[in-house]
Write a protein that binds this ligand. Sequence first.
Ligand code: GLN
Length: 451
Amino acid sequence: QTFLNRIDALNPAINAYIALDQDKTLAQAKAADVRIAAGNATPLTGIPIAQKDIFCAVGWKTTCGSKMLENFIAPYDAHVITQFDQAGAVNLGKTNMDEFAMGSSNETSYFGGVKNPWDFSRVPGGSSGGSAAAVAARLCAAATGTDTGGSIRQPASLCGFTGLKPTYGVVSRYGMIAFASSLDQAGPMAKSAEDCALMMNVMAGFDERDSTSLNREKEDYTRDLNKPLQGLRIGLPKEFFAEGLDAGVGKVIEDAIAEYKKLGAEIVEISLPNTGLSIPVYYVLAPAEASSNLSRYDGVRYGHRASEYTDLMDMYCKSRAEGFGAEVKRRILIGTYVLSAGYYDAYYLKAQQIRRLIAQDFEEAFKKCDVIMGPAAPSTAFKAGEKVDDPVAMYLQDIYTISTNLAGLPGMSVPAGFSTSADGKALPVGLQIIGNYFDEARMLNVAHQYQ
Ligand code: GLN
């Protein structure tokens, strides 16, 4: 009820939630009370969680931020939704997001932008902008997000909280609307590393309904939180501290690294030489996969259908023209282009080869260090409208996050401090921690010791 009251008061201004249903939420809360009284609660029983509107949930609209799915009600629950339900968590509502998770500012949402709680003239980041603003404004105890190129970590950095993108394959993608399937991964967005660990205990685990879900033993992500960091080797990639990084952000990150030295860590200089290629490679591969994934929205089985058309082809064309926004159309055009005969070898195949090189860069780096650190985003939160007409400037927001998605590695953003903007606002800065495959427990430990 406390959270619902806050949502009532603040959501009209922030626009973090795009679907709310007080009756459903309170019914789940009451059921949690009964379960707690009966003595079979889990750590998340009764905890109110916001769900990114990319997860299918029975009884809720699932729009993925698009007009295409404005009235879509899923016939089944996403794995992530089922996991939280079984844990007894309470679903507070569905959160706003960039259309089909394409964006870095939440401004591509059909349902309007989201305000950054630290400064309403600024964006919360994206694509998980609604979840980010909900966590930062305390409109939920924690939220879910998805990260294809940075959509958990960049908004976590811009809104000042902890977000984790797990190793690819650790959280099932079943019922999570597909953007770029080889990169998409769901993860927790919460106040602290400890909260993220508790959420990971619920979200992670094998699910045979996702062919890329990894069949590994269940682990307790809280197990290493209190380990001392003595002897930890932190790799600093020189490419993450080069041109393009805002000076104020750089200073906060340097101070955080100094703090880690005090905690007993050892600093190692490393190189990720193909960092500069990660954005061009991503913007070939992600649109290629998206163009294929989005072909299912044909106006026939579900989603928006144009009301007037002459024949079947005209119905497809009009439904898609009306249902998709500009950024989604841009991605479909890029994707179909790079996959077309004659260009496939030059773009798609080449990008796949460079993707392998980017993964090898990390393999080399992890021979010298245990975790990699750097900024999560190149700047603090920017003004709404500032980058909407410049897609390339928008794409650069993910310069430090995208390479981990391409390699399938886990990454997180942890609040590291504040940097003052030109107009005198103190804005949060996120420190990125990148771990080796399946090293989430260690990353959470590293973050927790700092917090
Ligand atoms: N900003 C990137 C994009 O627009 C990443 C988005 C994401 O991680 N979902 O594609």
